[in-house]
Design a protein around this ligand. Structure first.
Ligand SMILES: Nc1ncnc2c1ncn2[C@@H]1O[C@H](COP(=O)(O)OP(=O)(O)OP(=O)(O)O)[C@@H](O)[C@H]1O
Length: 211
């Protein structure tokens, strides 16, 4: 299936509706967070046939912007996001994604695994060499960014779906990700939470069905 989705940036939309996802802007000095050229993804059926899911998908996402990937059910939005996250390997094309990058799953129960909010947000920081003070600072700053600083000691099983999703986003921010990939951001978050302020040099890209 062709990706006939629409990409919206926080500045000028880069793509006309229902075209292949190709940006027309070309500026070699641009600080790009994501660049994909002619990405392809196919799956093999039990009968041994290859079924194309993405065909020649190209996109350029500058740093510091929020982009939304819009399109009808089944057009390939989640597949593209998983490729950008490195969870799926494209079967063709070239891809650059600035690191560190984080992927927030549609269902936060797949991601929020530790007993308390504080433990969950600090969980991913174990791979860095950080002082306890730095860990505390990052956890507190990222929970603040998602409006959850008063929930630090709360058991995660007492949180709503949207609160868990915010905790998952806080975990990604704590790791100082440069690219934040959000699968169906609106599943749990309310409207006011869907774009939150963060001054870091970060690109957000989210997939969303058209309404
Ligand atoms: N492993 C797979 N095997 C076979 N088909 C697949 C596989 N993964 C995805 N597809 C198909 O690829 C297409 C794109 O799926 P994808 O989940 O990326 O769509 P989407 O745009 O995110 O849809 P939705 O808006 O419903 O979440 C769908 O038709 C889906 O059935």
């Amino acid at each position: 299936m062709d990706l006939s989705a629409m990409l919206f940036g926080s500045a000028t939309p880069h793509l006309p509706p229902r075209c292949s996802a190709t940006s027309t802007r070309s500026n070699s000095t641009e600080n790009l967070a994501i660049e994909g050229q002619n990405l392809k993804f196919s799956v093999r059926t039990r009968q041994g046939n290859w079924v194309p899911i993405l065909k020649d998908c190209s996109l350029r996402v500058p740093s510091g912007q929020l982009w939304m990937l819009l399109g009808p059910n089944g057009c390939g939005k989640s597949t593209l996001l998983k490729i950008l996250a490195g969870l799926l390997k494209p079967t063709g094309g070239a891809l650059y994604v600035k690191r560190p990058k984080s992927f927030v799953f549609q269902n936060p129960d797949h991601q929020v695994v530790m007993p308390t909010v504080e433990a969950d947000v600090s969980f991913g920081l174990g791979k860095f060499i950080l002082t306890e003070e730095e860990v505390r600072h990052r956890v507190s700053k990222s929970l603040d960014a998602v409006g959850m600083s008063t929930y630090m000691k709360r058991p995660v099983q007492t949180l709503s779906g949207g609160q868990k999703q915010r905790v998952a986003i806080a975990g990604a921010l704590a790791e100082a990700c440069k690219v934040l990939l959000l699968d169906e951001l609106t599943t749990f978050l309310d409207e006011s939470d869907q774009v939150f302020n963060n001054s870091v040099d970060l690109a957000y890209i989210s997939d969303q069905n058209e309404y």
